[in-house]
Design a binder for this molecule. Structure first.
Ligand code: FAD
Length: 408
C-alpha cells in the first residue's frame, strides 16, 4: 500500500474505466455536498465521510450566508468567475426547493464617496442587466430600506440569504440510492494500491474505498497530503441580535460587514476576519467589531448599549480556508515533486491518480461551490467543463506548484 504522497502519478484525468465510477468524498460541508450531488447526477456511487455528527457543521454551519456576486470595474477574472457562479447557483436553487433561502435582494452600500462613484461607474460601464445589478442613489436606497444610510449602493435584486445546512442536506438527499454518508468518521490517512484509494480512521481501520477521492475537508486536507497545498485559515465570528433590537429591514444589507433580515426572531451580522487563527471561542473584541460594522450599515440604529455594554451576544465562530490569490483550488492534486521544471505547465503537471481537491472556498463558498463542483465533476467524468480555459486554469489545484517549478 502507498500513501497519498507516493501514489503513482497520472495526468490528473482518471484512467479508471468509466463503468467503475466510485468516489469517496471527505467532508460534508458545501464543497462535499455539492460534489457528491454532481457526481451522483452522473451515475457515480458516492461515499461521503464526515468527522462531525451531521452535514454543514464547519464553515458551512452559519445560519445565514449571503448570496451575491462580486463586481469589479475592469470585470477581471475573479468577477467573471463570481458572475458565472452566482448565475449557476440561482439556477440550482430553483431545482432544490428544500433549501431554505430568501431572494430578498442584497444592497451593497458604498463605504465612502469614492467607492460610491466607483459603484456608479461600474454599473454604467459594464452594462449588466438591471435584474443582475443596479446602482441606487442614497435617497433611493434609503427609500427601499426605510432607514437612513451613509451612501448609495449596488442593488442585486436576485440575491438574498441562504441557510447552508439546508442546502447541504438537500444536495446529499437528492440521490439517496447512490450517495451514502458516514458521520462521526474522521479520515486520518489515505493509501493507494494501483487502482483504489482507501481511507483509514484513527484506529487505522479502513472506513471506505473508491477509485477516486475528493478532498472537500477545507484546511484539514493538508493533514492527508505529504506536499501541502497553499491553504490558509481565516477565523470569522458572527453575532446575533433579537430582531426587535433593530429597525426592521427587508433586504440583506452589506458594507464592510453584513446584516441579514430577521429569521427565527434573530438577525445575523458580522463578520470578523482574523488570519491564521484556529481558535473557535467567541471573543468580545470581535463582537465589538461586528457591532461597529453594523453601526456603519445602519448609522441611526441605537446600538450603544450593545457596543458599550458588557453583555455577550450569541454568535458563532468558523474557519474559512483561503489561498494566496483568493481563488479556490479545484482539480487533480499535483504529485509531490522537488525538482524544478522550467517547462512545467498546468496541462503537463503530474497529478496523483484519482485524487482531487475542492478546497479554498474562502468567504465565497455558498456562491462558488455549486459551479466549482460542476466543473470538477466534468474533469472527473472526462466531460468538457462549462468554464472557459482561463477560468479553469485560474482555479486549478496545480497552479501554485507550476509557478514554483518554473521559478526553479
Ligand atoms: C463567518 C463566515 C461568514 C461567511 N459568509 C459567507 C457568505 O455570506 N457568502 C458565501 O458565499 N460564503 C460565506 N462564507 C464562506 C462559506 O461558508 C465557506 O466558503 C464554505 O462553508 C466552505 O465550505 P467547505 O465545505 O469547503 O468547508 P466546511 O464547511 O468547513 O466543510 C469541511 C468539512 O470537512 C470535515 N472534515 C475535516 N477534516 C475531516 C476528516 N479528516 N475526515 C472527515 N471529515 C473531515 C469537517 O468536519 C467539515 O464538515 C462564510 C464563512 C464564514 C466562516
Amino acid at each position: 500500500m502507498r500513501t497519498a504522497a507516493s501514489a503513482r502519478t497520472g495526468s490528473g484525468m482518471s484512467s479508471t474505466p468509466t463503468e467503475t465510477k466510485t468516489a469517496l468524498v471527505i467532508g460534508a460541508g458545501l464543497a462535499g455536498a455539492n460534489i457528491a450531488e454532481r457526481l451522483a447526477a452522473r451515475g457515480w456511487q458516492i461515499e461521503v465521510v464526515e468527522s462531525a455528527d451531521a452535514p454543514a457543521l464547519g464553515a458551512s454551519g452559519n445560519p445565514a450566508g449571503i448570496v451575491r456576486p462580486q463586481l469589479a470595474r475592469d470585470d477581471a477574472l475573479a468577477a467573471r468567475f463570481s458572475r458565472a457562479c452566482y448565475t449557476y447557483l440561482l439556477h440550482r436553487l430553483a431545482e432544490l426547493p428544500e433549501c431554505q433561502w430568501t431572494a430578498c435582494g442584497v444592497l451593497q452600500i458604498a463605504r465612502d464617496n469614492d467607492h460610491e462613484a466607483l459603484q456608479q461607474a461600474t454599473v454604467q460601464e459594464l452594462k449588466l442587466p438591471p435584474d443582475y445589478v443596479q446602482f441606487l442613489s442614497r435617497g433611493c436606497a434609503e427609500q427601499m430600506v426605510g432607514q437612513p444610510l451613509s451612501h448609495g449602493a449596488w442593488w442585486f435584486p436576485q440575491g438574498g440569504w441562504l441557510n447552508p445546512a439546508t442546502l447541504c442536506t438537500a444536495l446529499l438527499a437528492r440521490f439517496q440510492n447512490t450517495v451514502r454518508c458516514s458521520f462521526r468518521t474522521a479520515v486520518v490517512r489515505l493509501s493507494y494500491d494501483e487502482t483504489r484509494w482507501t481511507a483509514y480512521n484513527a484506529d487505522d481501520q479502513p472506513v471506505a474505498t473508491a477509485h477516486h477521492v475528493v478532498l472537500a475537508n477545507a484546511h484539514a486536507a493538508n493533514n492527508l497530503l505529504e506536499q501541502a497545498l497553499p491553504l490558509t485559515v481565516i477565523r470569522g465570528q458572527i453575532n446575533y441580535l433579537p430582531a426587535d433590537a433593530l429597525p426592521p429591514v427587508g433586504q440583506v444589507l452589506c458594507r464592510n460587514g453584513y446584516l441579514t433580515p430577521a429569521y427565527d426572531g434573530y438577525v445575523s451580522f458580522g463578520a470578523s476576519f482574523v488570519n491564521d487563527d484556529i481558535d473557535q471561542a467567541l471573543r468580545p473584541v470581535e463582537q465589538t467589531g461586528n457591532l461597529q460594522r453594523l453601526q456603519e450599515i445602519l448609522p441611526k440604529a441605537d446600538l450603544d448599549r450593545h457596543i458599550f455594554g458588557s453583555q455577550p451576544l450569541m454568535g458563532r465562530v468558523a474557519l474559512r480556508t483561503a489561498t494566496p490569490d483568493r481563488l479556490p483550488l479545484i482539480g487533480g492534486i499535483p504529485a509531490c515533486t522537488k525538482k524544478s521544471a522550467r517547462l512545467a505547465t498546468q496541462a503537463n503537471l503530474m497529478r496523483l491518480p484519482g485524487l482531487y481537491a475542492l478546497l479554498g472556498l474562502s468567504a465565497r463558498g455558498i456562491v462558488w461551490a455549486p459551479l466549482a463542483a460542476e466543473h470538477l465533476a466534468c474533469l472527473m467524468n472526462d466531460e468538457p467543463s462549462p468554464l472557459p480555459a482561463d477560468m479553469a486554469n485560474a482555479i486549478d489545484a496545480g497552479r501554485f506548484l507550476v509557478k514554483q517549478l518554473r521559478r526553479g
